[in-house]
Design a protein around this ligand. Structure first.
Ligand code: AHR
Length: 335
């Protein structure tokens, strides 16, 4: 970032300092920098403002760790904000980052819509924005530089395809209940879509109830309890993440049913606890969603800060797990 009047770059300025042209007032001089590295105390670090969704799931905790570790590793100053799953908190955090003149803003939008105004404010301030993990539905793609994350529709589709294969010899109806993620979020919308499309050609596969458990264990448990009370015959649970599946597992056991057998459980994420449930035969299938976005995010932050072109969408490579492959993968699973 330039210092003032876009004449000197910070690195150039650092070289001048090293050459001994300025010997006093170093801290004050650096702090008066209006061009970018706000509040850094005068070092040369890129400043990244990151607004995280919250701490709703094991996936989210792993994602936060990945971002923090990667920032330290890349020598990037991270200003981290936890929005506690509230859009208004994220908007507030982004406005704070703009005010602090950070170099780059990244965020994982809790829901898909309602971002245009604040994204325009960032654009007008000349601060590039990177979307991580979750997308926004803004028609104006110039409001952000790139999206880094998963193909959530594909995850839902993989879950549905596994079920179609698993139930291909079923004679009667297969009753499915669905635990959706946070209402209005990209993973909830897209996983529902992908799963629905994958099972559509099989009229015996019927979603008999579908409700949000907000991606939390407590939410998954509470909603599954209601599902069990209202529906005497449930064959399959599709939970949009491991945590809701783990919460539901408690409700299923408490209702005297055997998870993984009486009710087959399909989830998304593949965090350690989910993988353990799969290896133990309590879950039946997991479509992976990788939270390890930190290193790629830091790389992108450096590139957009340097004005380099980046691809508009970068998708993470992911796989799926069965009970057998979960057993094999568990010993080396990092999160
Ligand atoms: O956006 C990714 C999703 O959010 C993960 O699947 C879920 O566990 C998290 O809360």
């Amino acid at each position: 970032m330039g210092i003032t009047g876009n004449t000197f770059t910070r690195r150039g300025f650092g070289a001048m300092l090293a050459a001994g042209l300025l010997v006093t007032g170093l801290g004050a001089c650096a702090n008066s920098d209006t061009g970018g590295d706000a509040g850094t105390g005068g070092d040369d670090k890129l400043v990244l403002g990151f607004s995280q969704v919250g701490a709703e799931s094991g996936w989210r905790t792993a994602n936060t760790t990945s971002v923090k570790e990667a920032a330290a590793e890349a020598g990037i100053e991270l200003k981290f904000d936890d929005a506690q799953q509230k859009q208004e908190n994220q908007i507030k955090a982004i406005r704070n980052f703009i005010q602090q003149k950070v170099d780059v803003i990244a965020f994982s939008p809790v829901v898909e819509s309602g971002w245009d105004t604040v994204l325009k404010e960032a654009k007008d301030a000349g601060i590039p924005v990177i979307l991580t993990d979750r997308a926004v539905d803004s028609a104006d793609k110039s409001l952000y530089k790139t999206f880094l994350g998963s193909d959530f529709v594909k995850e839902g589709r993989l879950a549905g395809e596994w079920l179609v294969e698993e139930t291909k010899s079923a004679t009667g109806p297969v009753n499915i209940v669905e635990l959706q993620g946070t209402t209005g979020s990209a993973p909830a919308n897209d996983r529902k879509k992908g799963f629905g499309e994958a099972i559509a050609a099989n009229p015996n596969l019927k979603i008999i109830a579908s409700q949000s458990g907000d991606f939390t264990r407590a939410g998954g448990k509470a909603v599954m309890e209601q599902f069990l009370k209202a529906n005497p015959k449930i064959d399959v649970l599709f939970a949009h993440n491991d945590d809701m599946g783990l919460g539901a597992l408690e409700a299923i056991t408490a209702a005297g049913k055997v998870p993984g057998k009486d009710i087959k459980i399909i989830t998304v994420d593949a965090v350690k606890d989910g993988m353990q449930a799969l290896a133990d035969g309590k879950f039946n299938f997991i479509a992976e969603c990788s939270p390890l976005l930190g290193p790629q995010l830091m790389d992108l932050a450096k590139k957009v800060h340097a004005g380099e072109e980046v691809p508009p969408r970068i998708e993470t490579e992911e796989t799926t797990f069965t009970q057998q492959t979960a057993k094999e993968a568990l010993p080396t699973r990092k999160y």
